[in-house]
Design a protein around this ligand. Structure first.
Ligand code: AMP
Length: 252
């Protein structure tokens, strides 16, 4: 079975996000970019499935500008077998990405698609669900465990009431949550080896996908600045400060 892992290039999680002065988006110039953290987990899961003999091949795919090749190389260095860039300069919405991944899944005849549960830039949490809908496949979202056997997958999910397990018939779409696994680091020999692994490029036109935007971002602004904190000497001073801050009386 082939496993496809979708990885997105996002602003690194350590970077403090700044809105552009013209309010048309987030500042990306000279900003450190990385693979979306949930997607690293998805890649690790795919590689573990192959190592366990449950997958034949792990393909990493990213949609976006040629800069996405950096994160595809990272995916290859952490164990994926080959990479595919769906090259476009157009802005991508979750539905557009889901359509591109849908076309890749059909072309590659994959048995399982792994994605992150959400991309930390737009926090959309939509692509995996839309992809499952387009494919007509089962979906296991927010996976904290994944077991495969006999053409079925069992996905553990941390829900409000405890731990839920859903059974899916393959092929299926699974989105990775934080506790699914701990991704390995790419070692230097594997980084060097990754340079020799295959990296193909395709385009939305070649895949027959129309990426016309369906939504318009009206503005992106930074949240209001929080007032600085006040250090208080004791509990009494803290109660007074709280009373002032909340503008109402505190129980004595
Ligand atoms: P989102 O629905 O935007 O929160 O993204 C959920 C997941 O979809 C991400 O964690 C990735 O696995 C995948 N994804 C989103 N955008 C892209 C992209 N441009 N290229 C590849 N995968 C993507």
């Amino acid at each position: 079975m082939k496993v496809l892992v979708a990885i997105k290039r996002v602003v690194d999680y350590n970077v403090k996000i700044r809105a552009k002065a013209d309010r048309r988006g987030v500042e990306l110039a000279n900003v450190r970019m990385s693979i979306n953290p949930f997607d690293e987990i998805a890649v690790e899961e795919g590689v573990r499935l192959r190592e366990a003999g449950l997958a034949r091949e792990v393909i990493v795919v990213s949609c976006g500008t040629p800069a996405c090749q950096e994160i595809l190389r990272t995916g290859l260095a952490t164990g994926a077998d080959r990479a595919l860039l769906v090259k476009t300069d157009l802005p991508l919405e979750p539905l557009g990405v889901a359509k591109l991944l849908h076309a890749v899944c059909i072309r590659e005849s994959v048995g399982l698609v792994l994605l992150g549960k959400q991309a930390i830039d737009d926090d959309a949490n939509q692509t995996g669900q839309m992809l499952a809908g387009l494919l007509g496949w089962a979906q296991g979202t927010f996976a904290s465990s994944l077991n495969l056997s006999g053409g079925r997958a069992w996905v553990g999910r941390e829900v409000d009431g405890g731990l839920e397990t859903v059974e899916l018939v393959l092929p299926a779409v699974v989105t990775a949550d934080l506790r699914l696994n701990e991704p390995r680091f790419a070692t230097l020999p594997n980084i060097l080896k990754a340079n020799h692994k295959p990296m193909a490029t395709t385009s939305p036109e070649e895949l027959g996908v129309d990426l016309r935007p369906r939504l318009t971002t009206l503005q992106v602004v930074e949240p209001p600045k929080r007032p600085g904190c006040t250090l208080v000497g004791d509990a009494r001073q803290m109660a007074t400060a709280l009373k002032l801050a909340m503008g109402r009386g505190m129980p004595s």
